[in-house]
Ligand binder design. Sequence first.
Ligand SMILES: [Zn+2]
Length: 259
Amino acid sequence: MWQTNAVAVRAKKGERSAAGRVGCSRTTEAMLIDSPYFPDELEALSGLLAGAGFEPDALLATHADFDHLLGRLAFPGLALGLGEPSVERLHREPGSAQRALRDHDDQFYVERTSPLALGRVQTLPVPGSVELGSEELELHPADGHTADGLAVMARWCGVLCAGDYLSRVEIPMIHPGGSLADYRSTLARLAPLVAAADTIVPGHGAPNDRETAVRILDEDVDYLEALERGDEKPALPKGRDSGEQRDIHERNLAVIRSA
Ligand SMILES: [Zn+2]
């Protein structure tokens, strides 16, 4: 019904953190990036991950859109890491993620047993990095889709979590608060990260290999040019030329015209 991605990454514990946890025999630390949406997915997540040897120690969201913030519904005890711009956005728009989730749930008749509470939020500097075991997750700015956003590079395992960029199913989407110029800068910033990654995971749609992600990035640069020109009916990339994507283009035009 809807493609959303949550990514779990893990790394061997560093000597310091392995020694620091008395009685903990686990040899890895794991991080859950973004979240699934449907209650049954959220409920199944911890068992599914544990079965694969991933037990998240912390949560991280690429940006403050409601569909990326739901990790605590699966792991209520964990802190949610957010980039500084996302924390600022949540303060600027109090309750808006909760409202957007409720509206979306209403539209799809989704019922939840508990509302979204963000709980303990850990503010992370962007650009910056966060330690995971003996490795480090790089946090790169990725704004433009929204006013906030970060991309996560797990260099040791070749994974780039791009947030809502580089999707095979969605053209670049610019929300009110986002910007065309920032979107472009983000694509330019993502290019060398894509070149250094093996797997590039967008917020929505299948993960891609490097070659596919490079192609999507080029298509997105072309699309942004057509958007900037104000083309009413640009040729949309193959596989992303549906009526729904035309509607997104209409909304993008409205956003850049009112900017
Ligand atoms: Zn999203």
